[in-house]
Design a protein around this ligand. Structure first.
Ligand code: FE2
Length: 670
């Protein structure tokens, strides 16, 4: 007789333990063990939360190299069926070898569940019969559990489900996240102590009243924004380091529909616009996607959303200041080009219309579409096409955590018929849907890869551009990690080409994420290891750093409503000299609209206490030494970047933290 020592690790998370009876069967190359009841000295506490318990499984002779284990649990006669979250199982063979079976899945029924040994295997090297069968069965089941759905024609497809509780258990929020995160504006309102205001459909009477509503929850940056929101330099700064660093681009030729002349702008000294464009000192933000969108009707009032053009100048002292703003796309007498030399309120009103346009562009395109919806596509394609034993699954699944549920909640509570955006944003309703469809055509592969994106927008040399500085470093660190891991598994391009699971993953992304639009530049298949490495780098960067850059600062920059109005309820001035503080207050959203907007950006900026930060892999999915070492190197590089960002921020008037690895989460989780 020979003994196999089986050690079972139960996960250390809320309600992970079970009092049910657990059985195991070992499957090897030369035979199988009996199904054995794991009865240990600890009795029913053997599978308690965080428990590590060892058992002996005896076989008449050795069963060879272990391929997989079969696990099931049955209710005890006293204890009813309960859910169990085994983390992993280790088996020491009589030959002295240790086999690792990563699980990290909830077992919620009495069925038999199969788990393969942890060494990563691609489809063409999974050559034993039981191994092949379990691989095929797993993909078959996943194809049933994870199905594509069309929420809205013309935008990336999503996961089919009736609601968050209908999602497979393994991708739902943890108990901790669930109780902390009630994704409704009412919760946010209560936390901000604004419940009394959420039904007031009045205008703001004065600036002091707006000051008061921000007083219950403030951040250092929201205080700074409140103090500096009117300043030109801060207005310009936000295009680089605010929540939407994605629109600004270098301007070398003025757009035909933006006829700014030298007489209108003051560039200091004798410089002309042409000179300054030549030198690379002129920048443009063009909100053309918003042109002609149908706007909302809130509290019985028509709302206004402009599609502005903004020209900015990099001054000799390295500030980026706006020099001209045209609020509508078509030049006309009733569409004046506003300049800093106009009256205080004309210029300020023009900037407020730009900031409100930016809110709508940022939330629906830059944030929702370009990070949340794409992250869901990457996740669903992975879960449908790639089995747990595949190296790509092990590499990417930590970057999908909570994404399916958060997006489900966003569809239900933000953009549905009764969603907060639908009811309170300027573009809410039909405009919002049109904007998302228009946005997809601007999502090119190059624009998702920060080194290409910065080059394409001509932003390599803009001073004080921390999104770019930190983002490029983060990209490089992720790239180096991904390259290490994938080149360990894929020794040459042929191996990439013949990996049918990998090819199905990218094809599903091309078809369901980018709707088979070849013009996006998204690959339909992978030919080389280098292509694969770049794409996987983009996936991890999008789900982690990019999402953080456009998500984490939402309350910092949007809590003070005048800096980021969710909507505006008066049309912009058609001639100069007609504005005042009174017209500005009447243009701002009503009290209830304002506080709904504040509540949402508050909730969307709040990390859960069980968040997992970039590079932390609490689930040890890789069994081989090399990828484990690469994870350690990755964590070291991220730590060094974090330290460097902290040191850099000491001297900054407004610290830029959104790409600091200790702020960035592994996945799109809020
Ligand atoms: Fe988000």
């Amino acid at each position: 007789m020979v003994d196999y020592i089986v050690t079972v690790y139960t996960g250390d998370l809320a309600f992970a333990g079970t009092f049910n009876n657990v059985h195991i069967k070992l499957v090897g190359t030369d035979g199988v063990s009996n199904r054995t009841w794991l009865l240990g000295l600890k009795g029913p506490l053997s599978f308690y939360k965080g428990a590590v318990s060892s058992f002996t499984v005896t076989c008449p002779v050795s069963i060879g190299k272990l391929i997989l284990i079969e696990i099931d649990k049955k209710p005890h006669f006293i204890f009813p069926e309960d859910n169990w979250f085994p983390a992993k199982v280790e088996v020491k063979s009589p030959e002295g070898d240790t086999y690792n079976f990563p699980i990290y899945h909830w077992i919620t029924d009495s069925e038999v569940h199969l788990f393969k040994e942890g060494k990563a295997l691609r489809v063409f090297e999974d050559d034993n019969q039981p191994g092949k069968e379990i691989r095929e069965l797993e993909i078959l089941q996943r194809g049933k559990d994870y199905r594509w759905d069309v929420y809205l024609e013309g935008i990336p497809h999503c996961m089919r489900s009736e609601g968050p509780s209908d999602l497979p258990y393994e991708v739902q929020f943890s108990y901790t996240k669930e109780i902390e995160f009630d994704y409704t504006a009412v919760t946010g309102m209560a936390e901000l102590e604004l419940e009394k205001l959420f039904q007031s459909t009045k205008n703001w009477p004065d600036m002091d009243s707006i000051h008061r509503v921000l007083s219950s929850k403030r951040t250092k940056i929201s205080d700074y924004v409140q103090e500096h929101w009117k300043e030109d330099a801060f207005f310009g700064y936000q295009f680089l380091n605010g929540v939407n660093p994605m629109l600004i681009q270098r301007c070398s030729v003025l757009p035909k529909n933006f006829p700014v002349t030298d007489d209108m702008v003051s560039l200091g000294g004798q410089h002309t616009l042409a000179d300054e464009m030549e030198k690379g000192n002129i920048f443009l933000c063009d909100y053309k996607r918003l042109d002609g969108l149908k706007t909302n009707n809130i509290n019985g009032k028509k709302q206004y959303l402009m599609a502005p053009l903004v020209l900015l100048h990099k001054t000799p002292d390295d500030q980026l200041v706006p020099i001209a703003i045209q609020l509508k796309q078509t030049p006309a007498d009733d569409n004046p080009i506003f300049c800093p030399t106009d009256s205080e309120y004309d210029w300020l009103t023009a900037k407020i219309f730009v900031r409100s346009a930016d809110f709508n562009e940022h939330e629906l395109n830059v944030h929702l579409l370009r990070t949340h919806l794409l992250a869901e596509v990457f996740a669903v394609s992975l879960l449908r096409n790639v089995p747990m034993v595949h190296p790509l699954y092990k590499l990417l699944v930590p970057h999908t955590r909570y994404t399916l549920q958060i997006n489900n909640l966003a569809r239900k509570n933000l953009i549905s018929r009764d969603g907060v955006f639908t009811k309170f944003a300027a573009s809410g309703g039909e405009g919002m849907r049109t904007l998302m469809k228009r946005s997809l055509s601007s999502v090119t592969y190059r624009s998702l890869c920060i080194p290409d994106d910065i080059a394409d927008r001509g932003l390599e040399n803009v001073p004080n551009f921390y999104y770019r500085d930190d983002g490029l470093k983060l990209w490089e660190i992720i790239h180096s990690f991904v390259q290490g891991v994938l080149s360990f598994y894929y020794k040459n391009d042929t191996e990439v080409q013949k990996d049918s699971e990998l090819q199905k993953w990218i094809l599903d992304i091309f078809e369901h994420g980018f709707l088979s639009q070849v013009g996006t530049g998204i690959p339909e298949s992978f030919t080389t290891v280098a292509e694969l490495v770049k794409f996987v780098t983009m996936v991890i960067f999008t789900c982690s750093g990019q999402h953080s850059a456009v998500n984490a600062g939402q309350y910092d920059y949007g809590g003070w409503m005048p800096n980021t109005p969710i909507t505006l309820e008066r049309p912009p001035p058609t001639t100069k000299g007609t504005t005042s503080e009174t017209t500005m207050l009447k243009t701002f959203p009503d009290v209830n609209t304002t506080v709904h907007g504040m509540a949402v950006v508050w909730l969307l900026s709040k990390q859960s206490t069980d968040s997992v930060h970039l590079g932390k892999y609490p689930e040890k999915l890789f069994s081989e030494k090399k990828p484990r070492k690469l994870i350690e190197d990755f964590q070291r590089d991220l730590h060094e970047l974090s330290e460097a960002i902290t040191v850099r921020n000491v001297d900054l008037e407004v610290p830029y933290t959104y790409l600091d690895p200790k702020v960035v989460e592994n996945s799109v989780a809020l």
